[in-house]
Design a binder for this molecule. Structure first.
Ligand SMILES: [Zn+2]
Length: 353
């Protein structure tokens, strides 16, 4: 009973702690709700269980007292008995009184035993239910931990794949470092995950983003000191939209954003892309399970990064066919390239003034 309960209690605590440490975005909220519900049911049964045990203990104590009474009256009866075989009216009278008291005590112990047994049934019922709930909860927690761990591995793998694709799409590093007076334009992809839009490694909460690096010196580094992934720090942008599609497998049935960014500050040029110190998203196409949404409105872009769930709220349910994938890719490319041209024209017109 409580022995087994304790064994499950420790397992439940360990598993709950393990699940709690996994990133919330990797956990299934529906399963978490069921887990909390089960936990609540187990906790709720604790009160009645405790009071049933407490009441049973009280009855057992009472029975012990009465049993010692019974024992005393039996001894008294022996003492007032007739060891010499001669009946004595006086002695017989007290014997009768003892006998009456003894009988009432005996019938009380029978009553108490019945009550104690009734409480035992109640305790057994509650413990059976608790045991079943605990077994179910342990199974559910095991499942939840396994699921979340699988999601973490999947996410990790997807990220590694994106970084590998990033390296491929950037090509070799060029020694020239640009200090352009105007923004350098490039294209990027963000994936839509449960808690926001993600670049290759970090979440973006705003259309403006500054590169970070744990190493000293000017960012982005070009000496490879931080190049454990791809080429190291900096905000990556590709020179063309096409190469980006590898990063998301070209699957437009998924949820992601392809955008045009202006890189500023220190910009390192590669064969097929750039790494910049700062980036601002200038235009974006939101791919939402086969539907396209395009915008270059600063306010809308701001909202999209702050709360992408709104932008991804609606979308076609059926994924596009391979044919419409190509059409959509062309639409994304046309839109973003046209925007890039316009920004290029504006900046060159402004700088020639
Ligand atoms: Zn660095």
């Amino acid at each position: 009973m409580s022995h087994q309960d304790d064994a499950y209690g420790a397992e439940i605590r360990d598993l709950s702690a393990k699940l709690g440490q996994l990133p919330s975005a990797m956990r299934d909220p529906a399963l978490e709700n069921r887990i909390h519900e089960l936990q609540r049911e187990i906790n709720v049964s604790e009160g009645p269980l405790r009071s049933a045990k407490y009441r049973q203990d009280e009855l057992k104590t009472e029975r012990r007292w009465i049993e010692s009474d019974v024992h005393g009256f039996k001894r008294a009866l022996v003492l007032v008995g007739q060891p010499d075989g001669v009946p004595d009216s006086n002695r017989g009278g007290s014997a009768q009184r003892f006998r009456t008291k003894l009988e009432s005590r005996v019938s009380r112990t029978i009553e108490l035993t019945e009550e104690i047994d009734e409480f035992q049934n109640q305790i057994d019922r509650i413990e059976t239910v608790r045991l079943a709930l605990s077994v179910e909860l342990v199974e559910m927690l095991h499942g939840g931990v396994a699921d979340a761990e699988r999601n973490v591995r999947k996410e990790d793998l997807a990220r590694k794949k994106r970084l590998a694709a990033l390296r491929a799409e950037m090509g070799a590093v060029e020694k020239d470092i640009l200090w352009s007076p105007t923004a350098v334009h490039g294209y990027r992809v963000w994936t839509f995950e449960k808690d926001g839009l993600y670049g290759a490694q970090r979440p973006w909460r705003s259309p403006r983003f500054s590169a970070r690096c744990s190493f000293d010196g000017e960012i982005p580094h070009t000496d490879g000191r931080c190049a454990t992934v791809a080429f190291g720090c900096g905000i990556y942008a590709a020179k063309s939209v096409e190469v980006l599609m590898d990063e998301v497998d070209g699957d437009l049935g998924r949820q992601f954003v392809v955008g045009l960014v202006g890189l500023e500050g220190r910009v390192v040029e590669h064969d097929r892309g750039y790494r910049g110190e700062q980036a601002t998203v200038l235009a974006a196409t939101i791919v939402n399970r086969g539907t396209l949404l395009m915008t270059d409105d600063a306010g809308e872009l701001q909202r999209m990064f702050r709360d992408p769930r709104q932008s991804f709220g609606v979308g076609a349910v059926s994924p596009p066919s391979g044919n419409s994938d190509r059409t959509m890719q062309a639409a994304i490319r046309n839109y973003l390239e046209k925007k890039a041209e316009r920004y290029q024209t504006w900046t060159s017109a402004n700088s020639s003034e």
